[in-house]
Design a binder for this molecule. Sequence first.
Ligand code: PPE
Length: 304
Amino acid sequence: MMNMKKIWMDGNLVEWDNATVHILTHTLHYGLGVFEGIRCYETDKGPAVFRLKEHVDRFYCSAHILQMDIPYDKDAITNAIKETIKANDLKECYIRPIAYLGYGAMGLYPKDNPVKVSIAVWPWGAYLGEKGLNEGIRVKVSSFTRHHVNVSMTKAKVCGSYVNSIMAKMEAVSSGYDEAVLLDTEGYVAEGSGENIFIVRGGVLKTTSLTSILEGITRDSIIRIAQNEGIEVYEQRFTRDELYIADEAFLTGTAAEITPIREVDARPIGDGRPGPITKKLQGTFFDIVRGKRQDYEPWLSYIS
Ligand code: PPE
């Protein structure tokens, strides 16, 4: 990771190298913390954050689920995000707010530990590679199962939940794949290690219903874009073999953006190249985030 200039920590912009925490930071030991992943894109009107309100709202929902009391209101965090982008002079960046339990008591009853908040930003290119974005990626159905809905609360973006994602991702990469797709506890397709998943069959779009998955903001954007373009969308669970026989498939996420899937478990998807609906939605998405679509302006928050 390249050094940036400043990181927002509990109300102050501190030097990148000084943005450190104590080794007994509670979240470091037990994983109870929440974070967000947001992107800011360059537009003709300067840097614009994509769906900032929705991300800030989800940050607070995650904290609410974990009974963490973020000691700032939403406006303060929204302003802090903009301030951090400005302080780092970045036109395009990834934004990582995190709320975590600081130094205090150890043990599993962190009632008096302070809730700390930080916001870091850095440039982050194509998450699954530029080639992946253009030509599609190869995914492996993971041997690890996604969290049961009553295990770690999948609607919260919880730090500790990502142990499951990281194990799946490492397994996929060490098996020669680009990314993992996890099944839910009942064996239906859930999501990628850090992305939601869509398939196209017979011109109709399908994505996992909001059961065992994170309520992705990119997922929501794609559903709305597709509906606006007259494409039928179903939010329902589907099976691993339905993924195998999809005409098209793609992953969505803030980091991964819209990444086509060209192969699942050694089976090509469609003709092994990004399909027309995937390409169309991906094109519209990139036009929107780069401020080229007047009709989607409300999704952008300009920095300057
Ligand atoms: N599911 C999971 C498990 C997930 O982590 C993400 C985002 C999504 C779905 C898509 O959500 P959204 O970004 O709102 O469309 N994953 C974040 C973390 C990636 C990372 O490596 O860190 C992200 O994309 O920012």
